[in-house]
Write a protein of this length. Sequence first.
Length: 452
Amino acid sequence: MDYLIYFIITIAILVFVHEFGHFAAAKLSGMRADIFAIGFGKRLFGYNKITGFTFGDLPKDWDGNGNTDYRLCLIPLGGYVKIAGMVDESFDTEFANQEPKPYEFRSKSTPKKLFVITAGVLMNLLLTISILWGINFFTGKEIIDSTTVVGVTEGSFAAEAGFQDHDKIISINGKSINNWDEVIHGFMIENLGNEISVDVLRNNQNVTLNIAPSLIKEASQQGYFLRVEHSKPFISDVVKNSPAEDAGIQPGDIFLSVNNVDLISSQQVIDIISSNPENTIPVSILRNEDTVVTSVTPVSEGKIGIVLSGETYVGPTITESYGFIGSLTQALTNTWQYTYLTYAMVKNVFKGSVEFGQVFGGPVKIAQFAARSAESGFVSFLRFLALLSLSLAIINILPFPVLDGGHFVIISIEGIMRRELPIKVKMAIQNAGFFILLLLMAYIIYSDIINL
C-alpha cells in the first residue's frame, strides 16, 4: 500500500510541474488551454468557472469559451494540457475543419509554438535544479574522504588505464586531488575529451598514468569505471519467504562479508552465493550503525532472494557547506553529471551492452524506489524526485512522436517550410508513435513485474 501512495504522490508532483509548464506557456502566448488533466481516461472530478466543481464527465459539446477545466482522471500514469488548435495526445481534429482562430496553437508563430512545447521539459529541469539547490544549501554535501582505488580486475577499464588495487590518486593533470568528488570531477567534467595524466601513490612510490580520452569516453558509457575503497554491496530489497528473510536480512542492509570474504562489489556476493547452493554460509551486514552477524542457506539454484543495487560507501566522509550561490553552482554541476550519465546509459541500451530493464523502469519500479527513498528520509525522497524529474525531461525531449521532442521536430519542419503539415500526416505520426509508446510501456511494466 505504501508503494501505491508514494507512486501517486511522485507522479502527481512530476506531472503537475511538467504540464503546468505547457499550461503557463500557452497562456503567456495567448493560447486557450481547454483542459488541464492529471491522469488519463475518464474524468473523475474537476473544476471550471462555468460549471464549478463537478463529478464525472462533462457534456461532449461542452465549450469552456476560454475557461480551463482542471480535472483528475482515472489512470494515474501521466497527464496532459489540451491546447486549442493543436494535434496532441487527445487526437481531437475537429478544429481542422474551421478557419484558424487567433487563440489557437496553429495560428501562432513558430517561436511561440516551440516555447509552449519545450516549457514542460524546462519546468522539470527547473524542478531538478531547485531541489538540488535546496538540498545543497540546507544540508550541504557529504563527500567521500578518500582517493584510493580498489576492485581493479583483469580486463577492466581501470586495469586498461593502468590502475592497480590500492592506488591512491594524488593529482589529475597537475591539479591536487583531496577527495573522491574531485576524482569524478577531474575525469568526467574538467578534463572530458582530453588526455588525462594521473599521479598515483603505489607502494610508497609515485607513478604517472597517461590515459587516452577515447578510453575515458568508452569507460564512461558503462557508468563510472573506478571504485573507491570502503565500497560495499547494498541490499535494496528482500524477497518474502526467502532464505535471506529467514536469516533476518532487511532492505537497506549493507554486506560487509559473505562466507568470511570481505566484500567490495555486488559481483562478489553473486559469485559466492551461487557457488554455495544448500550450504549454510556466515554473513556480516551493516544495519544503520550496527554490525549484524547471521547465516544464510542458498537454495539449490544458488540464490537467497535479495536485490542488490550496486555498491555504497561506508568509509569516512566530510560535509561541505555551500552558500546561496555556491549551492546553485553545485546543483547545476550535479544536473549536468546526471544528464551525461543518463544519455550514456540510454546509448548503451541501443548498443546492446546494457540490459533494457537495468536502465528503464515503469510504474512498479518507480513505486518501489519512491517508497524506499521516502523510508530513508525526506531529503532522500526529494533527491529521488529531482533525479526522476530530470529523467522525465531527458526522455520527453527525445525526437520521438507523441513526446515533446517529436512535436519540436514537426514544428521546426513546419517553420522551415512556412506551412503546416497536413492533419492526416500529423495524425498518422501521432498514432504510430502512440502505438509504439504503448508497446514500450507494456514491455517496461512486464519487465518490472518479472523482476519483482
